[in-house]
Each structure stands twice: as structure tokens, then as C-alpha cells.
Write a protein that binds this ligand. Structure first.
Ligand SMILES: NC(=O)c1ccc[n+]([C@@H]2O[C@H](COP(=O)([O-])OP(=O)(O)OC[C@H]3O[C@@H](n4cnc5c(N)ncnc54)[C@H](OP(=O)(O)O)[C@@H]3O)[C@@H](O)[C@H]2O)c1
Length: 428
């Protein structure tokens, strides 16, 4: 009996698209065994086919026409690897409306317009999968949706941006300053020419919005996420963190608390013993706490041609199996309740505050009383680095509401004893 074939179209043939093509070529015989059907790449859509001709066996599969893919009844799965909101949104929507399942690595699109797209998928009884959109090669979407489905998830917390983790690792391990580490990350291709989305925490913000939505079954969009990047972290902060037995990491965290969801991205001082502290360089990790499973952690390559293509292909396999079984439609994102997202002012943390103060008796007492009047108590004080008549002070507070710490810092900044509040970093 002739074997049924499943045909795939790629939209985009850049870093990830090329990885997907390579896996499809080298795994072809094994894929036949694993799926009991042939998986073919039938079309690849790019802007400039000439640029890509040398990368494919048959240049005839390159096209600039999305319509030709849409109108081809033999194409079962469309894999979107262009990035950005448009034209990806229109392509994905049209493909699903034409009865084709979609796999994408596009975090911007899923974080900002996922709700609409899942509805289109449901209405058209097709699948929409996006494992590669969060943490590249690390399987986290499928485990959250399936393996951990029986849990009430309390926390999802991770290092989900390789560029910033690389920069902070260089600053910690080699004493580089921020600019030097960013320049090296750019030279090695870890940072984009415009690194804003990475260093300001927007990329991680999109990923935690996606993870929070799946973990808590309530829609969290990028606009709900508080984001603060790493541009204000200095070699001094890193050195004080070391003195305190801690490391600074850019952490994306989502908590389900009785008062609502917390969804935020910011630098954090983690104890050296915390499992996320040892995640270095361009690696990513996601730590999940659920009521039944307790703690689990997922670790691996958060980006790159082959790791990301591995996640994309996992989704392609899953869709192909369903097509073979003639069963479709586990695509629901399982959003069945509405939990409010808390404003950052209403979240709680312990804080690391570095400030320069007048170096004279009684200053600490004044600072402690300003904190006390704003419901903030001090847990630890380090005084170092005299600069002329001033001294540098680092204070670790108890676990307090962010609103209270911000009120206290405003008063401190206008007081006569504090020269400058240099940084405020949350402490795990
Ligand atoms: N790179 C990673 O490590 C990584 C990791 C996780 C997720 N992702 C996600 O994966 C997706 C793809 O990333 P990438 O790094 O592979 O991007 P990329 O290297 O920039 O490739 C983008 C591809 O899309 C094509 N393209 C751009 N605009 C197009 C348009 N209007 N019509 C048709 N084709 C168009 C480009 O064609 P031309 O080559 O002809 O210009 C190129 O082949 C993004 O959503 C990204 O966020 C990437």
C-alpha cells in the first residue's frame, strides 16, 4: 500500500528555518520509521529566493508567494519562522482558516495575539503549536500543558533570555562592566544589532506572559508584565552580591497568589545555592513549582539554529501524528478563568539598596527611621568604599510591599543625609 505523505511549508528560511530543513533532511529515514509516513518540505517562502538557492537540494521549492502555499491542498502543516507581528499574524490566521495546522516559534505573536489565534484554531479544528517560542530547545510548553496538567501551578520562574544571561555571567565571572560584556555578546552573535528587546527585559516579558497564561489558565499578555532590564546593573552591584553570597540574574517570574497573578521581569539577587544561580552563559532554565509535583527544573539551550529547530520539529511530529490518527484539536490554550494581574506596587520582595550617604555619626539611625516610618525594616547593612566625605551603604530590607519601599526611597532621596540612591534590586 502506498504510504501517505504529510507535507510541510516553511514561512521564513533564516536561522531556525535552516535548522528545520537540516533536521528534515538528515532524519528523513528515521522519521519514516517514527511516524510511519513521509514528512516532506514542499514549499519554503522567503523574500529573496536567490539568497537561499545554495541551501536546498531542489530550488524549485523556494517561493515568494504565500497564496501558492495557501492554495496548495497538499500542504498540511505551515511552519511560521519569520518573526514579528505582521505578516506572521495574517499568514497564520489565513493558513488555519484554510484548514492547515500551524507550528510557530514566534513569541511576540503568541504573547500579544495568542488569544485570537487559538480561537481561530479551535473554530477551524486545526492545531496551533509554539514550543519553540519560549526557551528555544527546552521543552516547557508541552510539559506545562500535559505532564504537569494535574497540578495547581504556584510559580514559574526562569532565565529565559540568553543574551542577558551571557552578559551578567561575563560581569560576574570575569569582572567585565556592562558595556564591555554587551560588546562581546554582540561580536559573538548572542546580541542583536539593536539589543533593546533583550537588555530591557521585553523578550523575557513576552515569554513569561506565555508561560503564565498556560500555567494559571488565565490570559496574561505582554502589557500585563512589569519589565525592568539589566542596563543599570554595575560591577559594584555584582561585587556586593558576591559579598552577600548571591548572584545577580535577570529573572522572569510568574506567581499565583491569593490576591492575583504576579508577572514580572527584573534583575534579582539569588542565593548561590539556588538552582538558577548556576545557569551560565547563553543557557536558559525554567523552574516550576506545582502543588503535587513540588519543584521541577528544565534546563538547556534557549536559542540557536539546531536547538530551536528541535523544538519546532517536536511540534511538527505531534501535529503529523494527529493527522495520521485523523484526530485533531488539542489546540485549546485552556484559558478558562480570569485572574487579575497585580500592579508591581502591590507585589512583595526583599530589596538590595545601594546608596551614597554622608559619612557622619547618626546617618544610619536617620535612614532606619525613614524606612521604619514607611513599614520597611532593615535586615542587613554593609558599609564600604569611602568616597571623600561620603560612604557607600548597602541595605537589605525585610520582605515588604514595593509601594512602601518606593515611598521610603523618595523620602530618602530628598533627605539631607543621602547623596544618591544608586540602585534597587529585588532579592529572592
Ligand atoms: N534564532 C533563534 O535562536 C530563535 C530562538 C527562538 C525563537 N526564535 C524565533 O523564530 C523565528 C525566526 O527567527 P530566525 O532567527 O530564524 O529569524 P531570521 O534568521 O531573521 O529569519 C527570518 C526569515 O524570514 C524571512 N522573512 C522575513 N520577512 C519576510 C516576509 N515579509 N515574507 C517572507 N519571508 C520573510 C527572511 O527571508 P529572507 O532571508 O529572504 O530575508 C528569513 O528567511 C522568530 O519568531 C524568532 O523570534 C528564534
Amino acid at each position: 500500500m502506498a504510504q501517505e505523505e504529510i507535507n510541510v511549508a516553511l514561512l521564513g528560511f533564516g536561522t531556525v528555518g535552516t535548522g528545520v530543513y537540516k533536521i528534515m533532511q538528515r532524519q528523513r529515514p528515521e522519521m519514516m520509521q517514527k511516524l510511519n509516513t513521509y514528512l516532506n518540505i514542499r514549499s519554503i517562502m522567503v523574500r529573496n529566493p536567490e539568497k537561499h538557492q545554495h541551501k536546498v537540494e531542489d530550488p524549485g521549492i523556494l517561493t515568494t508567494s504565500f497564496e501558492s502555499i495557501l492554495e496548495d491542498p497538499q500542504i498540511d502543516i505551515v511552519v511560521e519562522l519569520i518573526g514579528g507581528i505582521e505578516p506572521g499574524y495574517t499568514y497564520i490566521r489565513s493558513a488555519m482558516e484554510a484548514g492547515k495546522s500551524v507550528v510557530t516559534a514566534n513569541k511576540d505573536l503568541i504573547a500579544e495575539r495568542g488569544g485570537e489565534l487559538f480561537q481561530v484554531a479551535e473554530e477551524n479544528h486545526v492545531e496551533l503549536r509554539f514550543e519553540a517560542a519560549v526557551a528555544g530547545g527546552i521543552p516547557i510548553i508541552s510539559p506545562l500543558k500535559n505532564s504537569l496538567a494535574a497540578n495547581e501551578i504556584r510559580t514559574v520562574m526562569g532565565i529565559v533570555n540568553g543574551t542577558t544571561n551571557y552578559i551578567l555571567s561575563k560581569m560576574t565571572d570575569e569582572g567585565m562592566d556592562y558595556k564591555e560584556a554587551l560588546a562581546q555578546a554582540t561580536e559573538l552573535g548572542y546580541a542583536e544589532a539593536d539589543p533593546t528587546a533583550d537588555v530591557e527585559g521585553y523578550d523575557a516579558g513576552r515569554k513569561i506572559a506565555i508561560l503564565a497564561t498556560i500555567a494559571f489558565h488565565s490570559r496574561v499578555t505582554f502589557r500585563d508584565v512589569y519589565t525592568e532590564g539589566i542596563t543599570k546593573i554595575t560591577a559594584k552591584d555584582i561585587s556586593y552580591a558576591k559579598t552577600l553570597g548571591r548572584v545577580i540574574k535577570l529573572i522572569a517570574v510568574a506567581n499565583h497568589t491569593p490576591e492575583g497573578i504576579e508577572a514580572k521581569v527584573h534583575p534579582m539577587l539569588l542565593p548561590e545555592s539556588h538552582p538558577l544561580s548556576s545557569v551560565s552563559g547563553s543557557y536558559n532554565a525554567v523552574y516550576v513549582n506545582g502543588d503535587a509535583v513540588e519543584d521541577v527544573m528544565f534546563y538547556g539551550r534557549g536559542a540557536g539554529e539546531m536547538p530551536t529547530a528541535s523544538a519546532v520539529m517536536g511540534d511538527v511530529f505531534a501535529v503529523a501524528r494527529r493527522i495520521k490518527e485523523h484526530s485533531q484539536g488539542s489546540t485549546r490554550d485552556n484559558v478558562y478563568r480570569t485572574i487579575p494581574v497585580k500592579r508591581i506596587e502591590n507585589t512583595r520582595s526583599s530589596y538590595f539598596i545601594r546608596m551614597s550617604v554622608e559619612d557622619k555619626p547618626g546617618v544610619l539611625a536617620t535612614i532606619a527611621s525613614i524606612f521604619g516610618n514607611n513599614s520597611v525594616s532593615i535586615e542587613q547593612v554593609i558599609q564600604k568604599n569611602k568616597i571623600g566625605n561620603d560612604a557607600e551603604l548597602v541595605i537589605i530590607t525585610s520582605n515588604v510591599k514595593e509601594r512602601h519601599i518606593k515611598d521610603a526611597l523618595l523620602i530618602l532621596e530628598s533627605s539631607s543625609v543621602v547623596r544618591k540612591v544608586a540602585n534597587m534590586i529585588r532579592v529572592y
